[in-house]
Design a protein around this ligand. Structure first.
Ligand SMILES: *[C@@H]1O[C@H](CO)[C@@H](O)[C@H](O)[C@H]1NC(C)=O
Length: 304
């Protein structure tokens, strides 16, 4: 009998090792809890977790009275199990959930709109600007000359105040929408903008590691912006921010810990956060996948 070659020995060693690992894995000792098994998201559409009904840990979903939602003086966390949808005024075949409104102290609204077959948007009140971001499905945006754009997942549109338009859709679509009464400046007007996150350049973030994109121009006419911020697992905000601006946040992907004031919250895709001016705020991304969030921020106006 020939002596086994080195490669042969190595091969049997690794075969043994993999059998050993499989046994351990099947027994469940060394395998991660099932909630982490969803790390393989390659076959799923972008942002699928935002609208997935299985967001809460399954063993807590049926626990009577359980919610991660919190509402405090200077911040709120509004998690999917406490979203309440009802018909949106002036829209057709559309259910909406207002998640941030002036009743909390904000100067803007943020809501989710679930459009169905043959649905159509209404217009915002006079003087109110609107930004829509497609989370799931697709929507057709038409202006008053009848010119249309089809917006897919990850696309967005900014509609200036008093800009006539309609959004229509033929299937099921979920939009995140921000609206505020436009803070006019002399000699400045905003323009309609249509775009897609993946087409936007990465911006400088001195002293920080996260990746930043902005959906709107940083120029004076615009009184707010929407930031898209990406963190790899383990990355966190360097600055423990306290500032005059207010925020509305939708976590599109991933999970982590959000600090708001003296409270530390476990958060995951689908969660919405209201941050009042001056609430201390900080985020650390955890888990196995990228964290991405959408963040409203008021800009370019004197706070007086
Ligand atoms: C509608 O959109 C087209 C294409 O962008 C533009 O040329 C036209 O001026 C727009 N109409 C209005 C009323 O904004």
């Amino acid at each position: 009998m020939e002596n086994p070659s080195l490669p042969g020995l190595l091969l049997s060693f690794f075969t043994l090792l993999s059998v050993f690992n499989q046994v351990l894995g099947d027994e469940g000792f060394c395998s991660a809890p099932s909630i982490l098994d969803q790390a393989d998201t390659s076959s799923k559409p972008l942002y699928w977790k935002v609208t997935s009904p299985t967001l809460s840990p399954s063993h807590l979903q049926d626990l009577p009275g359980f919610t991660r939602s919190v509402y405090k003086r200077d911040h709120a966390l509004i998690t999917p199990e406490s979203h309440v949808f009802s018909p949106l005024p002036d829209w057709e075949n559309t259910l909406g959930a207002y998640l941030i409104t002036p009743a909390m102290g904000s100067h803007f609204v943020m809501y989710l709109a679930k459009m169905q077959e043959n649905s159509k948007s209404g217009l915002p009140p006079a003087g109110v600007e609107r930004l829509i971001f497609v989370i799931q499905g697709a929507v057709t945006l038409t202006n008053s000359s009848g010119i249309s754009n089809k917006l897919m997942v990850d696309s967005y549109a900014y509609l200036p105040p008093n800009f006539e338009h309609s959004l229509k859709c033929d299937g099921s679509t979920t939009l995140a929408i921000f609206e505020r009464r436009y803070a006019c400046l002399d000699n400045h007007i905003t323009e309609r903008i249509v775009g897609s996150t993946d087409k936007l350049p990465l911006l400088e973030t001195p002293g920080e590691v996260f990746e930043l994109r902005k959906l709107l121009p940083a120029s004076m006419p615009y009184d707010f912006n929407i930031h898209i911020m990406d963190f790899q697992p383990g990355e966190f905000l360097n600055v423990k921010e306290v500032h005059y601006n207010q925020h509305g946040l939708l976590l599109l992907e991933g999970q982590g810990i959000y600090r708001l004031g003296d409270s530390w919250y476990s958060v995951q895709a689908g969660d919405v956060i209201w941050m009042a001016p001056f609430v201390p705020q900080w985020y650390a991304a955890l888990g196995k996948t990228r964290s991405r969030y959408l963040l409203y921020k008021d800009v370019n106006r004197n706070p007086l």
